[in-house]
Ligand binder design. Structure first.
Ligand SMILES: Nc1ncnc2c1ncn2[C@@H]1O[C@H](COP(=O)(O)OP(=O)(O)O)[C@@H](O)[C@H]1O
Ligand SMILES: [Mg+2]
Length: 369
């Protein structure tokens, strides 16, 4: 999962100005679209400078998505520069004094190492009237908060696991209606940070222990949700009003004999662990036609109800009775070529550069309010 696929675009050099190759009509991309000036905006885990050469970072697996996107932008013939920000948006202001992009390709999904601050960056771009790719600040805010998103969808009668929120410093009290087993998660995290086998709790004592652990070691609020047993499906969508729904992916737990079956942190990022338990991301097989239609329709509704723009991957669970449960929405999901979103798009006929181009064109059309 962390390896570059053989056909992955190679990362370009720093501050790459991808000049069109000979023979191409000037001002057009290889596919005949208008050539654009694009600023790729990244987050960094430590302070950066404006003209910092990220060449070494872009060779590492941590920067795989950034490298893939830069490679595709170059292949498309756009004029590309990049900037990584840690906690200083003045850098962006300075950058814009010398480089005026048609659009910002927004891959900055944390600020000062806080993944819940991604919406602040989008809000900044909105306030400055800068066109950018992906989701706006409202959609990011609603989706990041795993309780607010469920309240909205529950109100609209989309199935969500029942849950309670336990804020830091508060006693862990379980409402009587909430039935074990429960899954305990950080309220506003991503990438399965803080999710392990011990997140699955079967009684009040285990619940208290896990909640305390998350409060203390992650210093964040907690959501405890009823555990939904079923198939784990990932639905990728692209668009604003008219949405394209790509073929559904599934995480299968081939060698996990019993519940819980959870995409824990190790299940996502530890190759050896994945091999041991037969964890495999693949296209969902044998989805009965009626169920497949219901998944598509429900996914479209979720996307609109959570005011997502651009592109997103939804995490769903489907029970043996074919009930579709919303688990989480990921606007601006990981865009690396070998991750679920790009894999789904490819199955729908979009090569990786074509997908990146579609994301850009969608971003240019987005009305930010
Ligand atoms: N209510 C639930 N029932 C069953 N499994 C869950 C539930 N909530 C989360 N999970 C499992 O934990 C994984 C991570 O949870 P998720 O809310 O998607 O967090 P993250 O934002 O870190 O990806 C899910 O992909 C799923 O495998
Ligand atoms: Mg998830």
């Amino acid at each position: 999962m962390n390896e570059l696929p053989a056909n992955a675009p190679t990362p370009p050099p720093a501050a790459d100005s991808a000049a069109p190759k000979g023979g191409r009509p000037s001002g057009r991309t290889p596919r005949g679209k208008r050539k654009l000036k694009i600023l790729a905006l990244f987050d960094a885990v430590a302070p950066t400078t404006m003209d910092q050469d990220l060449g070494p970072e872009l060779q590492t697996s941590d920067w795989k998505t950034e490298a893939h996107v830069l490679g595709a932008l170059r292949e498309l013939g756009h004029t590309v520069e990049y900037l990584a920000i840690f906690d200083d948006l003045n850098l962006l202001q300075q950058k814009l004094e010398t480089f005026t992009p048609d659009i910002i390709f927004n891959l900055a999904d944390q600020f000062r190492n806080n993944r819940a601050f991604d919406q602040g960056i989008a809000a900044y771009l909105e306030l400055h009237g800068l066109p950018f790719t992906g989701c706006g600040s409202t959609g990011l805010t609603l989706c990041k908060h795993k309780a607010i998103s469920k309240k909205i969808l529950g109100y609209h009668r989309i199935r969500v696991p029942d849950f309670t929120v336990i804020t830091r410093g508060k006693r862990c009290a379980r409402p009587a209606r909430l039935k074990f087993p429960l899954l305990v998660k950080p309220l506003k995290e991503e990438a399965s940070y803080g999710i392990a086998q011990a997140s699955f709790v079967a009684n009040d004592e285990q619940l208290r222990e896990r909640v305390q652990f998350i409060h203390n070691s992650f210093d964040c609020d907690v959501i405890a949700e009823e555990y939904i047993a079923g198939r784990e499906l990932y639905v990728s969508l692209l668009g604003n009003h008219r949405l394209e729904v790509f073929p559904v992916r599934e995480l299968v737990f081939q060698a996990v004999p019993d519940e819980p079956k959870i995409a824990t942190y190790r299940a996502k990022w530890d190759e050896e662990y994945r091999r041991k338990w037969g964890l495999q991301n693949q296209f969902a097989e044998d989805l009965e036609a009626g169920l497949a239609r219901a998944i598509t329709q429900t996914s479209r509704r979720i996307y609109h109800l959570l005011t997502i723009d651009g592109y997103a991957r939804l995490d769903l669970r489907v029970t043996p009775q074919h009930e579709i449960y919303f688990i989480e929405a990921n606007p601006n999901p990981i865009l690396a070529a070998d991750e679920d979103f790009a894999q789904s798009a490819q199955r729908a006929g979009l090569s990786y550069p074509q997908l990146i181009e579609r994301i850009i064109r969608t971003g240019l059309k987005t009305v930010r309010e």
